[in-house]
Design a binder for this molecule. Structure first.
Ligand code: PGA
Length: 248
């Protein structure tokens, strides 16, 4: 049985004050059947880890370097994230693929580093609008999945986030059958590659998840939760999304 996961990606937003709001919110969600994850800017991880006390909320990074240490100005390694209190790390988000020229191979190397540091890797994949309009969505997603997920991946250490690039921050979402089609394909590929353990990977949908659409998306087969950007910064919205996931 896969545990559901509600993950918030704060991107380059958020302050300690935002966390105080989220902390009040998560007090309402001991979340017996749902894992909660917030990925704030790395500068806030240690502080938030201290502030959350014994609450099972997990914290995560938004990227890590493939090497554990070295001359890489401005980068943060997976062991550093773990030491700050992170349990997971988002890798290969489309904004990093676009802004920092990350490739499937570099994402896979980062995921291997994350695993070595004991972090769960949340690996993001998804097509652009142009690729969808060309009918290439499944090809693109399957290629990214195959090349971004490293050999050492397992259901226990890796989460897949399907995030259509054109749905991120736009208020646009694929239709429910379109989401279901991609998630089913991801599940089939994971099962083909990892055998029975392919059934243990959580597959999240991400891209303009809001309180108004969350319940319908969470009702789909092979949708195990969401990676939420903008709405995760608003406690009332993230709370409604978490509630929808608990109820799903
Ligand atoms: P959004 O972002 O929820 O603001 O669309 C999702 C993401 O980028 O993970």
């Amino acid at each position: 049985m896969r545990r559901k996961l509600a993950a918030g990606n704060w991107k380059m937003n958020g302050t300690a004050a935002d966390f105080a709001e989220i902390k009040a919110l998560i007090a309402d969600f001991p979340a017996p059947n749902v894992d909660l994850l917030i990925c704030p800017p790395a500068t806030l991880i240690a502080q938030m880890n201290w502030a959350k006390g014994a609450h099972p909320l997990m914290l995560g990074g938004q990227d890590c370097h493939a090497k554990p240490s070295g001359a890489h100005t401005g980068d943060i390694s997976a062991p550093m994230l773990a030491q700050a209190g992170a349990a997971q790390v988002i890798l290969g988000h489309s904004e990093r693929r676009a802004d920092h020229f990350e490739t499937d191979a570099s994402v896979a190397a980062k995921a291997t580093a994350a695993h070595a540091a004991g972090l769960i890797a949340v690996i993001c994949i998804g097509e652009t609008l142009e690729q969808r309009s060309l009918g290439a969505t499944l090809d693109v997603v399957q290629t990214q999945l195959a090349a971004s997920v490293p050999g050492g991946a397992a259901g226990a250490n890796t989460v897949i986030a399907y995030e259509p690039v054109w749905a991120i921050g736009t208020g646009k979402v694929p239709t429910l059958p379109e989401i279901a089609e991609v998630h089913a394909k991801i599940r089939a590929d994971l099962t083909q590659r990892f055998g029975a353990d392919g059934g243990n990977f959580r597959i999240l949908y991400g891209g303009s998840v809001k309180p108004a659409n969350a319940a319908d998306i969470f009702a789909l087969p092979d949708v195990d939760g969401a990676l939420v950007g903008g709405a995760s910064l608003k406690a009332v919205d993230f709370g409604a999304i978490i509630a929808a996931l608990i109820a799903a």
